[in-house]
Design a protein around this ligand. Structure first.
Ligand SMILES: [Zn+2]
Ligand SMILES: [Zn+2]
Length: 78
């Protein structure tokens, strides 16, 4: 898991919107779905999101942390 600080930095970078830009998803380019800070992890409510590790190793660095909406998270990686 990422630390609170790392997730907060990544969240600020994302402007509270999904950063997913995977080519095999329904959205063209970046998803940009509006997210809700309090709705982190696990639920399919509107605004739910997940802090994903780009490397899969959860490095303690915001550059490894990608803010993705629940829909993109469950749709999987490209
Ligand atoms: Zn998304
Ligand atoms: Zn996506």
């Amino acid at each position: 898991m990422f630390s609170y600080v790392v997730v907060q930095q990544a969240w600020t970078r994302s402007s509270g919107r999904c950063e997913c830009a995977r080519g095999n998803h329904q959205h063209p380019g970046r998803c940009n779905r509006l997210l809700i800070w309090e709705r982190r992890t696990g639920e399919s409510k509107p605004g739910a999101w997940v802090a994903e590790s780009k490397s899969g190793q959860f490095r303690p660095d915001a550059s490894d942390c990608e803010i993705v909406c629940w829909q993109c998270y469950t749709a999987g990686r490209a």
